[in-house]
Design a protein. Structure first.
Length: 392
């Protein structure tokens, strides 16, 4: 029997991060690789209580097929939680925000359609969009966000711009208020739709981020969010908010994909969210992640100051971004780091084209302070040894 694969299957590639995570299963490895929330933040007791209540009061409905749009009280909660006027009828509950990316790709991308992305951008979005065979166009980005001049030069005939304004994966950077305002104005003038991905926006450390792009131009944006980073990723619960004209086709794509997101999970989350639970819970996540970020920054300063390695200081989220001296390759250094029982993600995977090989992403949220200290010390030894080899 000969199986013939669709041409789009050839475009699919394994996730670099998922492959690296296999390495982190090695005993004793300190992983800065995965974008995994800290299990310490999972509200297990709250879910245990919610599970018992949902099954005892609404068990038959929770275990039955359900509406593709999602559980109505959860959709209403999402709409009410956003800082602009959102009709619950615009909210689609998805099986993780990764599914939202997949649905958007199916509805908006044709073969060779132009899709604009940041430089660098989220690897999972590239994976979701790639099977639709778009033409990716990287737009220059700086410390404030998308470069408006470069965007304007490249926007003609683009289907949309995909952007993560808050504590971006992979860099941890956030778009400034001034740049958001400029981007919103420019996109409206250019007739350029925006897909705004915001899984990390609640994880700010000192100051909340500026208003979302979708709040400035709701009809010109699809907005994506997730419960993975504030509650638990294993629930696979996300959502999108779409303009009313686009919603029906996204819903049809959802129906074709999986009928609906698990009813039981949606009801459990809706139960947990009652009585302003996140207002009490999320500050504990912020405090933990801020302390871990501070530990990583301190270790980097201790071991790599003056080495030619540079890094940023994220104001929230889960990641920071390192740039090695020119000529160094993070991909080549990864096996040497693993030999020292530490792992990271090379930055090249996050570029749609022209990858910058001397970059890498570090996650600071799943390692203890002791692990951060010893892991960064080991990484520093690897980097310095390589630099010494280059000079000899």
């Amino acid at each position: 029997m000969k199986w013939t694969q669709a041409a789009r299957a050839e475009k699919m590639n394994p996730s670099v991060i998922r492959e690296i995570l296999k390495v982190t299963e090695k005993p004793g490895i300190i992983s800065f690789a995965g974008g995994l929330p800290s299990p310490k933040t999972f509200p297990i007791d709250a879910f245990a209580a919610a599970c018992a209540k949902v099954l005892s009061t609404d068990g038959e409905a929770a275990l039955q097929y359900a509406a593709s749009e999602g559980y109505a009280p959860l959709r209403e909660w999402v709409a009410a939680s956003l800082p602009w006027d959102v009709d619950p009828a615009q909210v689609l509950i998805t099986t993780g925000s990764q599914q939202a990316l997949d649905l958007i790709a199916k509805i908006l991308i044709d073969k060779d359609a132009k899709v604009l992305v940041e430089t660098p951008t989220y690897l999972g979005a590239l994976q979701a969009f790639t099977p639709m065979e778009p033409q990716f166009v990287s737009v220059a980005s700086d410390a404030e966000g998308i470069d408006i001049v470069d965007l304007s030069a490249k926007a003609k005939d683009a289907r949309f711009l995909y952007v993560l304004p808050n504590f971006q994966n992979p860099t941890g950077q956030s778009m400034s208020e001034a740049r958001r305002a400029a981007l919103s104005t420019a996109a409206a003038k250019l007739g350029l739709p925006i897909v705004e991905d915001n899984p990390y926006g609640d994880l700010w450390f000192d100051t909340p981020p500026p208003l979302p792009l979708a709040a400035r131009n709701p009809d010109g944006c699809i907005y994506m969010g997730s419960f993975s980073k504030t509650l638990a990723p294993g629930l696979r619960l996300g959502f999108l908010v779409a303009p009313k004209a686009l919603y029906p086709k996204l819903l049809q794509a959802k129906q074709a994909a999986d009928l609906h997101t698990p009813s039981f999970n949606q009801r459990m989350v809706a139960e947990v969210l009652k009585d302003n639970f996140l207002e009490r819970h999320v500050p504990t996540i912020r405090a933990l992640y801020k302390s871990q970020r501070d530990a990583m920054l301190a270790a980097l300063n201790k071991h790599l100051a003056g080495s030619g390695v540079s890094w940023n200081t994220p104001d929230g989220g889960m990641f920071l971004w390192l740039e090695l001296p020119k000529g160094m390759s993070a991909v080549e250094l990864l096996p040497k780091a693993v030999e020292r029982n530490v792992a990271f993600v090379p930055g090249a995977a996050f570029y749609s084209d022209d990858p910058q090989h001397n970059t890498l992403r570090l996650s600071f949220v799943t390692a203890s302070v002791d692990q951060i200290n010893s892991g960064i010390a080991a990484l520093a030894d690897v980097f310095k040894a390589h630099l010494k080899e280059q000079k000899t």
